[in-house]
Design a protein around this ligand. Sequence first.
Ligand code: G3H
Ligand code: 13P
Ligand code: ZN
Length: 331
Amino acid sequence: MALVSTKQILEEAKKKGYGVGAYNVNNMEQMQAIMAAAKETQSPVIIQASRGALKYSNFTYLSYLMKAAIVENPDIPVAMHLDHGNSLESIVKAINLGFSSVMIDGSLLEDGKTSSTYDYNVKVTSSVVEYAHARGVSVEAEIGTLGGIEDGVGSGKMHLTDPKEAERFVSETGIDSLAIAIGTSHGAYKFKGSVNLAFDVLKEIRSLIDIPIVLHGASSVPKELTDELNKYGGKMPGAKGVPISSLQEAIKLGVSKINVDTDGRLAITVAIRKVFTETPEKFDPRDYLGPARTALTNLIIKKMRDFGTSWHAKDYCPISLEDMKKQYVLN
Ligand code: G3H
Ligand code: 13P
Ligand code: ZN
C-alpha cells in the first residue's frame, strides 16, 4: 500500500520544484480516472474529499473508494486528504476514516461562509494540529480569503493573504502547508476581466515561510471545454479560470499543491452531455459514465504533465502510519 501524508508528497515537490494536483473525488468514476492518470504518468497524487462529498457518499463509501484506489495502485504514492474541514469535529471524523491529511479552513467560521478573525483561525488550527500530529496526519490551513462562493465554501469577499500575518500564523500553529489567497476563487467564474494574480504577494510569502504553499481555486476552466459544454446544451457563458501558464509561474514561485475540482466537473459534464445529445437512445449508465471517466483521465494526465508531477512517483518510499506518527513525534 502506498498511503503517504501530504507532508511527504509536498516537501518532496517543494525540494524538486514541481507541483502536485489535489483532485476532488465524489464517486467511483472520478476515483478511477485520477488513479489511471497517476498510473499513466507515474505521478504521486493527492485525492481529496470535501465535507459535502463525504456526506453525499454517507462517509464510508467514499473513504473505501479511496482505500481501494490505494490498494489497487501499490506503486503510486497517494495521500487521502480532507478538503475544507471546518471544525475539530470534522477533522476527527476524517482521521477516523483513515485520512492521512486534513485541511482546517479556519479562515471562515464553521458555517463555511463568514470570514473569521485571525485569533479564531489560530485557535481552531492549533487544536487540529495537536490532534492530527499525534496521529501522524498532516495539516493544511488557510490564511486570507479566496473570492467566489461554491456550495457553501467561501465568503464571496476576497482578502489577499498578508505575508507577515502568514509568517506569524505558520509559527504560531505548526501547520505543514499553507493555503494562501492571491486572487483565485472557487468555481468556474474566477475573473470578470483579465486574469490577475498577486505574484508579488506569493514571492514575499515564499521568502518568509519554509513550508509548502497551496493554491485553492486553481482550475483552468479551458475554453474548449466550456464551448463544448455550451454546444451540447449547457449554459456557462463567460466562465474563466487560471491559465496553465499562470499555474506554472506559481509553481516556479513556490506553490506545491494545486487544488482542482471545477475542471473535473466540466470534463465529466461535457462527456455526458455529448452522449445524451448524440445518442439519445442510450440509457445504460455505463454508456455515459464510462466516457466521462475517460474524459477525466485525459484531463488529469495533461495536468500532471503541465504541473511537472510526471515520473515523480518513484521518488517516494511509502511509510506506515506508525512511521508517519514518529515523523511528528521526533520533529
Ligand atoms: O473547495 C471546494 C471544492 O470544490 C469542493 O466543493 O463542497 O461542492 O464538494 P463541494
Ligand atoms: P476549483 O473550483 O478552481 O477547481 O478549486 C477547487 C478547490 O480549491 C478545492 O478545494
Ligand atoms: Zn478549496
